[in-house]
Design a protein around this ligand. Structure first.
Ligand code: NAD
Ligand code: GLY
Length: 377
């Protein structure tokens, strides 16, 4: 049930599993293979004539993987400047965006230079936004190191920083030139981050892939013990799903919105708690529990499906209960979320079934409050 391998032809990157994101002149490959990090230089050389790159990362990831990246790039004659940003959401800020621009200028980047993000979703979103805006756009490569980044954030070109009152409010679409996914790097991921990443994989299962959802139901112990074969299955299946959606709706005019399942409430929880209490996936898990209640209350979703969703979230150690937060502050944040404001009408992604989602318009504040305060199903 999981994806067949697509092998490249005679290129340097031979034998790497490749999933293509077809976006006309912005098309790009996702290379997925254990141990592929050390082949970065060859892949870059085969695809891009970049003489200089800024490597954006944080100190944890730089210590673990920075040398491999630098050695691989230096071997093909690329000049590199490494920048470490703070570890955590605080890096997705105007302050750190400005610091990156200072480095870009100091390093004399031109449009023939590039930015490489080596890290989780935070590094990818910040570095991607810097690449999108510097000189009106320079080349960008994603090397995602967390599960969230490997299954979701590195694919599809969404880049952003946060505003103190709202998550990802300042951003751009900027597709990478390629994405290099080495599942081996997940071995060093803290357990809490693995679980947080599972929220986005569960989201993919819920909104579009009941087979993936079942795979996660049947392989909890293996996945939570960092079994790399299972994780590679999750990554390749999620990437394939995401590529399919992004190809059909790059700029989120319609169907890409389903990937925001649980995110309006999740982002509001993150903003109200100062981006520092919950991991992104934990907040999204609570968001998915809330909106499943909304769908059940509206008669759109069978209660058993919502229970099955919440059981899987709990199996992966994710929270589903709404935390003790001021509901008015949450509602303010909900109304600031860009995903809800289209045409001024509150709208949410809701499930009809496991594997089936749609956007529902005209939801009232009372319905949202009821779903938040409603407790367990
Ligand atoms: P993160 O980048 O903060 O990484 C999580 C933690 O894991 C960090 O402490 C990081 O240092 C550590 N880490 C990452 N890889 C590691 C590794 N291989 N070994 C050891 N430690 C490692 O957070 P995240 O969960 O990766 O991403 C969350 C962010 O992604 C949020 O800001 C969210 O808004 C964003 N996001 C963006 C998109 C998109 O489409 N652009 C999609 C989903 C999430
Ligand atoms: N993470 C949602 C999206 O990329 O559209």
């Amino acid at each position: 049930m999981l994806p067949e391998k697509h092998f490249l032809g005679k290129q340097k990157a031979e034998k790497l599993l490749q999933i293509r994101v077809e976006l006309k002149k912005n098309s790009y490959p996702l290379y997925i293979e254990q141990g592929s990090l050390s082949r970065l230089g060859d892949i870059l050389k085969g695809r891009q004539a970049l003489s200089k790159v800024v490597l954006v990362t944080n100190s944890v990831i730089n210590d673990l993987y920075g040398d491999t990246v630098r050695e691989s790039l230096q071997a093909v004659g690329v000049e590199i400047k490494t920048v470490e940003v703070p570890d955590g959401e605080e890096a997705k800020s105007l302050e750190w965006l400005g610091k990156l621009f200072d480095v870009f200028v100091e390093f004399r980047m031109t449009r023939q230079s590039g930015v490489i993000a080596l890290g989780g979703g935070v590094v990818g979103d910040l570095a991607g936004f810097a690449a999108a805006t510097f000189m009106r756009g320079v080349s960008f490569v994603q090397i995602p190191t967390s599960l969230i980044a490997q299954v979701d954030s590195s694919v599809g070109g969404k880049t952003a920083i946060n505003h103190p009152r709202g998550k990802n409010l300042i951003g751009a679409f900027h597709q990478p030139k390629f994405v290099l996914i080495d599942v081996d790097m997940l071995k060093t991921l803290p357990e809490r981050e693995l679980k947080s990443g599972m929220a986005e994989v569960i989201k993919h299962g819920l909104v579009m892939d009941s087979g993936l959802f079942e795979y996660m139901e049947n392989n909890v112990a293996k996945i939570l013990s960092f079994d790399l074969q299972s994780l590679e299955q999750l990554v390749s299946r999620s990437c394939k799903n995401k590529a399919t959606i992004v190809e059909k709706d790059e700029r989120e005019q319609n169907m890409r919105a389903i990937l925001n399942y649980g995110h309006t409430i999740g982002h509001s929880i993150e903003a109200v708690t100062g981006f520092s209490v919950f991991r992104h996936g934990e907040a999204i898990a609570i968001g998915m529990a809330v909106v499943s209640r909304l769908a059940v209350n509206m008669g759109l979703l069978d209660k058993d499906c919502a229970i099955r969703q919440n059981r899987l979230l709990a199996d992966y150690g994710l929270p589903t209960a709404f935390p003790d937060l001021d509901i008015d502050e949450i509602m303010d944040a909900v109304h600031l979320d860009k995903k809800i404001r289209s045409g001024g009408k509150p709208r949410f992604v809701l499930l009809n079934d496991i594997g089936k989602a749609g956007v529902v318009e005209d939801i009232t504040d009372d319905q949202i409050r009821e779903a938040i305060l409603g407790g367990g199903l």
